[in-house]
Design a protein around this ligand. Structure first.
Ligand code: SF4
Length: 457
């Protein structure tokens, strides 16, 4: 009982978070930056922040994550980090020669009040940014928001690179939100099948799930290029997958460059994937081919085969708002019952959306934004569930309460391979359902009396 001190009785707390269901902003900014081709993320703060953010990403993606730091000392903490960042930009282009440096701030540089744009202007005037190279920046103070906010801020900075020519290029911008590199690959595959020419940004596929080739490339081939980002302002439309991670960038392109945007859910499950495919088809003016309908039919078939085992099973789920909203819809659509739902990221609209999705639930539903794992555990103690879904941190609750557990979301620190398998799209839905049923039936087998231990279900 590792969490044996978690009491069943719930006391409302306003000033303390216990076992947060989120992490800090720069991790999201760093992940998004890795989705730009030839980009070195740069942490404008102390070395400790950068080391933590890099290791968090490395532990999840099982790939080396390179990033540089302004290496604040006591002096920069008092007088500001401008000199450090100017020196860093010079050193990075001289030593590592990336195409792009994507700078994000930290708690310390934000508290001091460092102005990234003013520092970039100075670097440009001093000639430390070589011709043809790009430096962009995002504010990511970690005392507000979460890693999700940091991701969104960096994606917005990417959209800000748009340089419209005034002539539409026929492409559709797709902002995938915080999903796995394999999900980004799957979104590109689906778009290709539908015949939509898309610019996906960020795009970490090929960066954090690339092959082992025997050669080291500090900047892998994957990622959206700066030229593609510049072309975003000429697109015929933008699809933002997820309100928290992607909508700000899409709205920026809409208001600034008149690129019409639609905010959709991450395409988890049948309904959200249908909406994504339909939106792609509509914006790109194409026709959905038979191959896509075939994949859809396979998911419908699997749902109908498995439905008897899913019916009215109670689920606790936690994670990032865009992901949890889309997954809650998927679970409800197969007649499972999410009853405890938590995100650590702020945003009251999360609770509103979840309540809408679960309004016909036969069981009472607990939902909380800015919640924590401690509260989730207490809810489970009061109303046990059949399945727990979320990142690695849930393993303590799963063990103490003896609940089947599916690792999903970020971070997954204690398992391997997740970065190679998509959850989005019809194919992703197949894989996810296989995992859910596997977890439920493993438990059935484990608990079955000998006379009820079946070979065939
Ligand atoms: S919370 Fe702030 S100080 Fe701590 S690692 Fe994150 S950015 Fe650095």
């Amino acid at each position: 009982m590792l969490l044996r001190h978690t009491p069943k009785e719930i006391t409302e707390r306003s000033a303390v978070v216990i076992n947060p269901a989120k992490t800090c902003q720069p991790i999201g900014a760093m992940y998004a930056a890795l989705g730009i081709q030839g980009c070195l993320p740069h942490s404008h703060g102390s070395q400790g922040c950068c080391a933590y953010h890099r290791s968090a990403l490395t532990r999840h993606y099982k790939e080396p994550v390179s990033a540089s730091t302004s290496s604040f000392t006591e002096g920069s903490s008092v007088f500001g980090g401008q000199a450090n960042l100017l020196q860093a930009i010079n050193n990075i282009f001289t030593v590592y020669n990336p195409e792009v440096i994507a700078v994000h701030t930290t708690c310390l540089s934000e508290t001091i009040g460092d102005d990234l744009n003013q520092i970039f202007d100075k670097a440009t005037k001093e000639g430390t940014i070589p011709k043809g190279k790009t430096v962009l920046g995002a504010p990511t103070p970690s005392y507000v928001g979460s890693h999700v906010t940091g991701f969104s801020n960096m994606v917005k900075a990417m959209a800000n690179l748009a340089e419209p020519t005034g002539k539409k290029n026929g492409k559709v911008n797709v902002i995938p939100g915080w999903v796995e590199p394999s999900d980004m690959e799957e979104i590109k595959r689906l778009a290709k099948m539908v015949g939509a020419d898309i610019t996906l940004f960020p795009d970490t596929s090929g960066v954090l799930n690339g092959p082992l080739s025997g050669e080291y490339h500090m900047f892998p081939k994957g990622g959206v290029t700066v030229a593609e980002l510049k072309g975003c302002g000429d697109a015929i439309g933008t699809l933002a997958l997820g309100d928290w991670c992607s909508a700000d960038a899409a709205r920026l392109l809409d208001t600034k460059y008149k690129v019409p945007c639609r905010v959709l859910d991450i395409p988890y499950g049948l309904k959200a994937t249908d909406r994504f495919i339909d939106a792609l088809r509509t914006v790109a003016g194409t026709v959905v081919p038979e191959e896509v309908s075939y994949e859809r039919g396979q998911l419908v078939d699997l749902i109908s085969d498995m439905h008897q085992y899913f019916y009215h099973k109670k689920v606790a789920i936690y994670g990032d708002p865009d992901q949890v909203i889309a997954m809650t819809e998927f679970l409800v659509s197969i007649d499972m019952c999410p009853v405890h739902i938590v995100t650590g990221t702020p945003g009251k609209r999360f609770e509103k959306r979840i309540k809408e999705l679960t309004k016909d639930s036969p069981f009472p539903v607990n939902v909380r934004h800015k919640g924590d794992m401690f509260l989730l555990h207490q809810w489970i103690k009061n109303e046990p569930v059949d399945l727990l879904i979320g990142n690695t941190y849930g393993k303590y609750i799963a063990r103490d309460e003896d609940i089947p557990f599916i690792r999903w979301g970020f971070p997954i620190l204690d398992r391997q391979g997740h970065q190679y398998f998509p959850t989005v799209g019809y194919k992703g839905g197949l894989r996810f359902l296989e995992k859910v049923l596997g977890a439920l039936m493993d438990r059935m087998d484990r608990d079955a009396a000998e006379e009820k231990f079946e070979l065939v279900y």
